[in-house]
Design a binder for this molecule. Sequence first.
Ligand code: ZN
Ligand code: ZN
Length: 179
Amino acid sequence: MSNKLCSFCCEKEVIEEFSKVGQYNSPWDKVPASNGYCGEECLQNSEDSYYSDYAYQYCEGCSKNIIIRCPSNGWHEYFRYSKEHGQECLKCYQERLFKNGISEESLEKGTLEGSFFDDSDLEKEGFKKYDDYFVKGTTGAKAICLKALALINEGKKILVNYERLSILGDEGSISLWIK
Ligand SMILES: [Zn+2]
Ligand SMILES: [Zn+2]
């Protein structure tokens, strides 16, 4: 073994036993990150969101420990939380949306549950762009929710793609996709 340093404290050397811990730096990674720890405590801390936005967290969908926030751009959150589906990584969340579309319950509450998808991924999943919207405030969002609900009533599946959204999340461009 090398004398690699602990991925959490960066001080002590990695112990063999904690050298292959199965932590993934993105929900889409097939190979875990080459993280290693000096012991149980640093391993546990690395999976405790209290210490860092870049802690690793368990996805109940794919049973992997995945980093909470994208380490290369620093803002892209890799987890979604809901009562119904628990703690879900972005990949599981998006796959569920590809299959079912967004839920009527979330639209009835006036929230536009969506994600930053690649248009090409949506097309691959059989979705077509319905229209572009600029959302401003809750009244704007509500009108689009009503439109989306009407489309669901016609038997369509709906997805919301965030094209651009302000950091505050209260206004921005979105598009509706249907299948
Ligand atoms: Zn350590
Ligand atoms: Zn997952």
